[in-house]
Design a protein around this ligand. Structure first.
Ligand code: ATP
Ligand code: MG
Length: 542
């Protein structure tokens, strides 16, 4: 069953034997790291490959040498693999530069392209508008011989950058502006990350892309809605270049997420200006940032499936992505006890140190258990004790009782405060035989709190993240004005169960009653955690 309109087209084509095998491609420009928007395109293209037993190429759309870099080429591969996709062929638009050039010559010989000496500004000025037709270039009717000679000389380096372009000869009064003799080649002296200095002229996207698709035998060329108006040009190129069984372009609505930057250009600016630490900063909406933060790949794929593939642009609430992350982590993350702001509890009648067993994940008993020492002095969360409790407070209060997670029921005895009224410690006693299964286990208490043993709790730093962008105010969409100065908050002095010391960097945990965290670093007996996502949805599930 087709999940969206593109899959429906694919199924229809397969039923009617239009293609024997489906071949899609993912065509990133290596001018930045992939972001969550790209994940959607990846899921569509690789999803079709997987579902219909086809193929999908990874093609670097590297026709713009000034902005591209091998660092990006490598990161793109890493991110695609991490998301769980494997491409069939690794291709480079630049590998087709010679073929693309030959096809340009073919167009010239057919009278379908000409060398134009107008400047970029002049071309723009003579293009017309939606209501006015364009004006034909004075160079439009150059002879085939002259065009061949000039274009060859452009390649040979006879002319300076920007002094001449090759234009497709289509229709200056077309109602579609893209068809008004678009530029298909330009002169550009720039070292290319893949072809070095071999070329002085580079094809434009609108010319190169359909050729790349056709040369690779792509059946369904899937792109975002902005290219809908370019489709007639896409078809013009494949037709005039003489491809039989040409590929077809299909457009879908790009993914937009509220308060989330989805432009490589701007993300690069955040990196270059030091607003974030790098492309993989845990606050970045990049695939590498999300991986660094601790988002599971599975959650990103699930998110893409939940938001679906549509023909109309819309904006998704970031809470939807968080919901998907939470769903996966709820199922997979081990539970541990941690306190952010420790409050010492002295248990007067505690016996010998003993070992308590905790279930790693109550949803999956098969994931086993781990142990934690229970002793006379422990820490609980400072907010789990209140001298003057607010209404509906279900934790420890003077005169009250509370259960320690996995251990005994505790009864308040007394507490000490400093001169500012800050509680220094609380004295308590435990109810004997009140552990689960004990004769006193049934005593009613107000709540359950987590704790860590004083002698061996591990000290930890917690990095907590907020959105990089603040909400729009008065419709101001400018990113620069909306950078959140408090997108990273660091909490020092937290304490976690000693068991976590045996775990690996990259492992994810649920800090009970708090949030999901990733273990980011272990150094000198100290731990660094990244907060992945909170425990509760901030939106209503429809
Ligand atoms: P950016 O503006 O961030 O540079 P782009 O579209 O220029 O994005 P490309 O590297 O050209 O980036 O994109 C590779 C593929 O990913 C293209 O097929 C493009 O349509 C798709 N893509 C990019 N952004 C999104 C998005 N927000 N939602 C869905 N698909 C996207
Ligand atoms: Mg692009």
């Amino acid at each position: 069953m087709a999940n969206n309109f593109i899959e429906a087209i694919v199924e229809n084509d397969l039923e009617n034997n239009v293609h024997e095998e489906i071949l899609t491609r993912f065509p990133p420009e290596p001018n930045g790291y992939l972001h969550i928007g790209h994940a959607k395109s990846l899921c569509i293209n690789f999803g079709i490959k997987e579902k219909y037993h086809g193929k999908c190429n990874l093609r670097y759309d590297d026709t713009n040498p000034t902005k591209e870099d091998v660092e990006y080429v490598e990161s793109i591969k890493e991110d695609i693999r991490w998301l769980g996709f494997e491409w069939d062929k690794e291709c480079y638009a630049s590998d087709y530069f010679e073929e693309t050039y030959q096809l340009a010559l073919k167009l010239i010989k057919q009278g379908d392209a000409y060398v134009c000496d107008l400047s970029a500004e002049e071309i723009k000025a003579t293009r017309g508008s939606l209501t006015e037709p364009g004006t034909e270039s004075p160079y439009r009717n150059r002879s085939v011989e002259e065009n061949l000679k000039l274009f060859t000389e452009m390649r040979e380096g006879k002319y300076p950058d920007g002094s001449k372009v090759l234009r497709a000869k289509i229709d200056m009064s077309s109602s579609n502006l893209n068809m008004r003799d678009p530029v298909i080649y330009r002169i550009l002296r720039a070292t290319h990350h893949h072809t070095g200095d071999a070329w002085l002229i580079y094809p434009m996207y609108d010319f190169a892309h359909p050729i790349e698709d056709a040369l690779e035998g792509i059946t369904h060329s899937i792109c975002t809605l902005e290219f809908e108006d370019h489709r007639p040009l896409y078809d013009w190129v494949t037709e005039h270049c003489g491809f039989v069984n040409p590929p077809h372009q299909y457009e879908f609505a790009r993914l937009n997420i509220k308060n989330t930057i989805m432009s490589k250009r701007y993300l690069k600016k955040l990196v270059d200006t030091g607003v974030v630490e790098g492309w993989d900063d845990p606050r970045m909406p990049t695939i590498s940032g999300m991986r660094m933060r601790g988002y599971p790949a599975e959650a990103i794929r699930e998110f893409c499936s939940v938001v679906g593939v549509a023909k109309a642009n819309s904006e998704v609430d970031p809470a939807v992505l968080e919901h998907c992350v939470r769903d996966v982590l709820n199922d997979s993350a081990d539970r541990v006890m941690a306190v952010e702001d420790p409050l010492l509890i002295v248990i007067e009648n505690a016996g010998e140190r003993e070992t308590i067993t905790l279930v790693n994940n109550p949803n999956h008993p098969e994931n086993g258990t781990h142990e934690i020492p229970f002793e006379k002095e422990i820490y609980i969360e400072r907010s789990d004790f209140a001298v003057v409790p607010p209404p509906k407070y279900h934790r420890l209060v003077p005169g009250g009782m509370v259960r320690l997670k996995g251990a005994y029921i505790l009864r308040y005895l007394s507490h000490e405060e400093d001169e500012n009224g800050k509680v220094l410690f609380v004295r308590c006693e435990l109810i004997p035989d009140s552990k689960e299964g004990g004769v006193n286990a049934g005593i009613k208490v107000k709540g359950v709190v987590q704790w860590v043993p004083k002698s061996c709790a591990v000290s930890a730093t917690l990095n907590k993240y907020e959105s990089l962008l603040l909400d729009e105010v008065d419709g101001n969409k400018q990113f620069d004005d909306r950078i959140n100065p408090e997108s990273l908050k660091t909490v020092e002095g937290a304490l976690v169960e000693p068991w976590v010391m045996d775990k690996n960097v990259g492992d994810r945990f649920q800090f009970m009653r708090s949030a999901y965290y990733k273990l980011a670093k272990k150094q000198d007996g100290k731990l660094l955690f990244y907060r992945i996502v909170g425990l509760k949805d901030s939106f209503n599930k429809q």
